[in-house]
Design a protein around this ligand. Structure first.
Ligand code: PEP
Ligand code: MN
Length: 337
């Protein structure tokens, strides 16, 4: 970290700054010029709150040199993290496909969808039991009953199950869930992230609607700082000025996250675009960008879906998408599963 001192700063203030930093264990390297003076702060500065430090009168500006995230940083862990989900490896170069409905709606719906996505080649099943809906009057999910139905679908198909948690008070219901999803709206629910840090399950952490890549990495850092190193980062589109798509898919984030972090990266073309005809071209692009995993919404009867009907593929169109995903995976030298 580099601190640029304010011109004409009181020597006593600068001395106090030096002492405070040294007392916190940092080594200082100073460079005094005729116009500008700098203090280089050497050590693990990730716990320094720049905004607090900035309040000192003697400081003009502070620049971080090291990233504020450590545990998720590839510099600290050059090898890819590989997460085992019931024998399927996430992050080892293979491609995992999570498919299933936006919401679990009934036994017939989840089982029928699960059987067809399995047949088409999906490697994991998704389905929301707790639904974060913009309107309190919209379908909120089957909650505990939805979790039981997902387990039933897993028993029948053998597919690991991925489902979203909305609050830490529901954690006991997630003991037997294979991958716990943190939705975009909860990416910065720090209490939930801390609780998941103490929970021994893989976490699929979705990027917040208006969150930067660094904020996503810092949220993953929360989970890892708590002791849980099984985090999968997920790009699901961000809010921009564009209105023709539901969100703007940030494909570059996928490649960048792979460079910055050793954690596996997932991408969700369904929520990112909200448009059926874009799901295939975006899925293929995301494979090229290096995604370890795709999450795609599929419903046995999208017209009657209780949430996100317009963006859910039918089993038939998912099956044809899987054929092209297979070709692209082959071309890129990736195995599915
Ligand atoms: C979902 O995957 O069901 C979901 C609500 O996604 P997001 O949190 O990305 O909006
Ligand atoms: Mn959805």
């Amino acid at each position: 970290m580099i601190i640029l001192l304010r011109r004409g700063a009181a020597p006593a203030d600068v001395q106090k700054l030096r002492e405070d930093l040294q007392n916190r264990g940092f080594t200082l390297h100073e460079s005094t010029g005729t116009l500008e003076s700098l203090i280089g702060v050497i050590g693990d500065t990730s716990a320094i709150d720049i905004n607090t430090l900035q309040a000192r009168d003697c400081i003009e500006r502070i620049s971080r040199i090291a990233e504020p995230y450590k545990k998720v940083n590839r510099k600290m862990h050059p090898d890819n993290t590989v997460i085992d989900v019931r024998g399927r490896k996430v992050g080892n170069g293979s491609l995992q496909i999570i498919a299933g409905p936006c919401s679990v709606e009934s036994e017939e719906q989840i089982i029928s969808t699960a059987v067809s996505v399995k047949e088409a080649g999906a490697t994991m099943l998704r389905g929301g039991a707790f639904k974060p809906r913009t309107s309190p009057y919209a379908f909120q999910g089957l909650e505990a009953n939805g979790i039981d139905l997902l387990k039933k679908a897993r028993d029948i198909t053998g597919l690991p199950i991925v489902t979203e948690i909305m609050g830490e008070e529901d954690l006991p219901l997630f003991e037997d869930i294979d991958v716990i999803q943190v939705g975009a709206r909860n990416m910065q629910n720090f209490k939930l992230l801390k609780a998941l840090g103490k929970f021994n399950k893989p976490i699929l952490l979705k990027r917040g609607l208006s969150s930067t890549i660094e904020e996503l990495l810092m949220s993953a850092e929360y989970i890892m700082a708590g002791g849980n190193s099984e985090v999968i980062l997920c790009e699901r589109g961000i809010r921009t000025f564009e209105t023709m798509t539901r969100n703007t898919l940030d494909i570059s984030a996928v490649s960048l996250l792979k460079q910055k972090s050793h954690l596996p990266v997932c991408a969700d073309p369904s929520h990112a675009t909200g448009i059926l005809s874009l799901i295939e071209p975006m899925s293929l692009s995301l494979i090229v960008a290096g995604a370890d995993m795709l999450e795609i919404e599929v419903h046995c009867n999208p017209v009657n879906a209780l949430s996100d009907g317009a963006q859910q593929l039918t089993p038939t169109s998912f099956s044809s998408l899987m054929q092209n995903i297979n070709k692209m995976a082959d071309f890129m030298g990736r195995n599915i599963g």
